[in-house]
Design a protein around this ligand. Structure first.
Ligand code: PHE
Length: 463
């Protein structure tokens, strides 16, 4: 019944760019350097890449298959494919809750990028007196995020921007926007990496990124890498399943997944190439500094490197933070769409109403997350602010758990004929890795994810 009026992505390139738009975002440019910095650099990155190949890519292909085959939102999709069998359709709501939680804390950081774009536009960074103490940017950042008003306003504006694009629908909103945004993003990232590699911290930054110290690896690092892989690829919650429900029958799912994972990993590494040389160029700054890296190291570096070229020192930060806003937007759009499609199709609300509800709920939790870093600092749960808690629960537990269920579902429940049809577009494409794919889905992905969980819960003790 819902099939006829569902939107569709018009072109194959639009499909890749929209999916890559969902994947590429703060997860790559802000969260990846933070996690890599806190977890030992190169060794973390190696494990991260293994997680992408072994778990990420297969789960992404599975989400694509499930979405396109059913033409339905993530929850209805499981219901359609396994009617009455076990409670598989709970994967949908689990992802929807995770999507709302991510949208809430993610928009806080996206709001920061909005503020940094404005400040860069006003040339505030170049006017801050950083002579003598290198920490003016750190002080500014800490003061800014603790402020109750301005970050909240930025957050609200950002969520409303997301609302605006989602309200415009699939082709006109999401696809059109991604097609312009993504290529601009690549060009700017490459330009910035080029500049970062000329800084004095470049060699130290490169060593941190590419020379692994295996003694740093333990189960916590592996869980972080796996969580980052799921978070960065936007998988485990049904976002890409929802997007795939708008794919046309001629889209090559495997190729699309490989392109998206490739682009996503590429952008993460390029971001590392921008951030770590910057970090090592600033006296006293450590790669372990956490979420402030992008907001403290970079303004510093723009200042130091381009001291003699005020125009470049003005333009580069402006471009960079603007780009971050756009990259965040293509990701929040997919989170919003996940929940909107769920409410619209599964619970039969009008699309307009669904969009408003998602926006309102995320505004509420987003504001709480933002305040939890400032005036609400004393209120913690398990020692974490709401902001950190949402990040921790989603990336480290809910997304890998969703991935585990999706892998189990695809490997053990889904009809092989459906898998074959989707991978080959009903026989029109050749697909050579079917057995390997099934092996990954049945055994490798579930067992790997489960082992990491169990070890983290200290049921096993490898470390
Ligand atoms: N993958 C996005 C990023 O890297 C974040 C995201 C997570 C988007 C989950 C959708 C779903 O920024």
């Amino acid at each position: 019944m819902e099939k006829n009026n569902r939107g569709k992505f018009a072109s194959k390139i639009g499909v890749i760019l929209a999916s890559a738009g969902s994947a590429v975002g703060l997860g790559n440019i802000w969260r990846f350097p933070t996690e890599a910095g806190e977890n030992g650099g190169a060794a973390f990155i190696l494990i991260y890449i293994c997680c992408i190949v072994l778990f990420g890519l297969p789960v992404m292909i599975a989400e694509f298959m499930i979405g396109r085959h059913t033409h339905a939102d993530a929850s209805t999709a499981f219901k359609k494919l396994a009617p009455g069998k076990l409670q598989w359709h709970w994967i949908g709501p689990l992802g929807v809750v995770a999507g709302m939680m991510i949208f809430s804390f993610y928009s806080v950081v996206a709001g920061w990028t909005l503020n940094y774009t404005i400040q860069a536009g006003l040339n505030s960074f170049n006017q801050m007196d950083s002579t003598g103490s290198q920490n003016v940017f750190g002080d500014y950042f800490n003061r800014f995020i603790a402020d109750p008003i301005w970050p909240t306003i930025c957050l609200v504006v950002f969520i409303l921007l997301t609302h605006y694009v989602v309200a415009k629908g699939i082709e006109k909103g999401i696809e059109h926007f991604s097609k312009i945004m993504m290529p601009t993003l690549f060009v700017l990232l490459l330009v910035l990496a080029g500049f970062a590699l000329t800084t004095e911290g470049a060699s130290e930054g490169l060593a941190f990124l590419f020379q692994p110290d295996f003694s740093k690896i333990n189960s916590g690092v592996i869980l972080s890498a796996m969580g980052q892989a799921f978070f960065s690829l936007s998988i485990g919650l049904g976002c890409l399943c929802t997007y795939a429900s708008y794919f046309r029958p001629n889209v090559n799912l495997t190729k699309t997944a490989v392109s998206v994972a490739g682009i996503d990993t590429f952008v993460a590494i390029i971001s590392g190439l921008i951030i770590f040389p910057a970090v090592f160029s600033v006296p006293g700054m450590e790669p372990t500094e956490g979420p402030s890296l992008v907001f403290v190291a970079l303004p510093n570096i723009f200042r130091i490197v381009f001291a003699d070229y005020p125009i470049i020192a003005y333009i580069l930060p402006l471009l960079f933070y603007f780009l971050l806003v756009l990259a965040s937007l293509t990701s929040t759009i997919s989170m919003h769409e996940l929940v909107t499609a769920y409410l619209h199709e599964r619970h039969h609300l009008s699309r307009r109403k669904a969009t408003y509800i998602v926006t309102a709920v995320c505004l509420f939790f987003g504001i709480l997350c933002s305040l939890s870093l400032g005036i609400g600092r004393e209120y913690t749960i398990g020692g974490m602010s709401l902001f950190d808690l949402f990040d921790y629960l989603t990336a480290k537990w809910m997304l890998p758990l969703g991935g585990l269920f999706i892998a189990l579902f695809t490997g053990w429940q889904l009809d092989r004929k459906v898998i074959w049809e989707e991978l080959t577009n009903k026989g029109k494409l050749s697909f050579y890795g079917f057995k390997i794919f099934m092996f990954l889905m049945k055994f490798v992905a579930p067992a790997g994810i489960l082992l990491i969980f169990l070890d983290q819960l200290n049921v096993l003790s490898f470390s």
